[in-house]
Design a protein around this ligand. Sequence first.
Ligand code: GDD
Ligand code: GTP
Length: 400
Amino acid sequence: VTKGVILVGGPSKGTRMRPLTLDCPKPLLPIGGKPMVWHPLNALAQVPGLTDIIMIGFYEDSVMAPFVRESQREFPNIRIAYMREYRSLGTAGGLYHFRDLILRTPVPQHIFICNIDICSSFPFTELLAMHSAHRGVGTILGVNVPKDTATKYGCIVSDPETKQMLHYVEKPESWISNTVNGGVYLFDKSVFDEIKVAMDSKTECAAHNPLIELDETLQLEQDVIAPLAGTGKMYVCETRDFWRQIKTAASAVTASGLYLKQFQKSRPELLAPKTGEVIEPVYIDSTAHIDPTAKIGPNATIGPNVVVGEGARIANAIILDNSVIDKHAVVLNSIVGSNSTLGKWARVDGEPEPVSDVKGQISVSVLASDVHVAPETHIRSCIVLPNKNLPKNAYNQVLL
Ligand code: GDD
Ligand code: GTP
């Protein structure tokens, strides 16, 4: 028996996604036309014999309930649940807190664990194949990232022959390796013994050191995986498939494009058919109204009830529900929030996501909800907070 856990986090994090996350919690932000959390959930649902998917986070139950209901309808053969931490417990604290629930019958032999804020092909079959071939506790998805970004992640050194994890440092000060933690794991159920060891040792430390707070928080990366490195119990499954972290609005646009490209092969029925002015891949909600002379794509995601006027141009962009893109308006490398409008001949654009982080530079434009761009106005590389009228051009600014 196999089960899946998705670590969805909670409010107060995801600030780099603001202003989008002011209206929509990060797990539900549409990426490739689907809520962010749908992608790992859908991938888990395809694993043969998987019985349960448990989302763990500290959002209110009411925030996640509609998604749980919808996904339960989409995947009726899998038991889907959301478990709420009473406060942020870290990436292993929730697993520990809900261990009885995760391990209840049918008792799982294997548990997949996924971070939510990644875009991946979720190569579970490869992970399972590798995991089944060794006697370790866990197998971690390793991905290769550019050298100057590696220290933003959990860095892994492994034995090139045996693939055993030799060394793990979460977000090290200096470079260790370009192979990083992809935020996807396959664990044997015995991982709960390792988590208990970590929790006990934390409790022990706290008993002797008044500076350590005695609480239920625990980090999977630092407290469980790092100590397992070099013990022969953790293995690394390196993938060459696509993989990105989704922390910023720019990365949400990139991730959307990667998922749309994947849908072209795996789920073409989800995508807009290639008509005259559609450049694939494009996702258009069935309730959106697109003028046949508008040119859409590649990588455009058009949400529910969006109206796009004649001659409009949209590419590398996400348009959220109920927005109106008037005649001949242009949206490139941008996200347009709910209930926003672009007047005739308005232009909202930006730079595509940079390969490396350039501090303080805004790449894509992000309009929050209820933002209204006047006709013939140009907004370039701006972050715009909700309920704003933009009567004149703006470049490279945060518009509060
Ligand atoms: N339930 C719950 N409770 N989930 C949490 C909590 C918590 O208190 N804190 C974080 N998460 C979830 C997040 O939603 C996300 O899915 C995942 O745990 C990791 O989030 P962070 O702790 O913010 O770490 P990170 O994203 O900076 O880095 C992690 O992911 C990288 C890959 O994207 C680490 O695992 C890195 O090692 C890894 O390289
Ligand atoms: P992500 O969810 O990782 O995207 O967080 P973020 O985008 O909000 O990170 P940002 O750099 O904008 O700043 C938030 C700060 O909160 C960071 O310094 C995080 O290290 C810190 N933080 C880390 N873990 C937690 C947690 O569990 N809860 C909260 N509230 N904050 C955390």
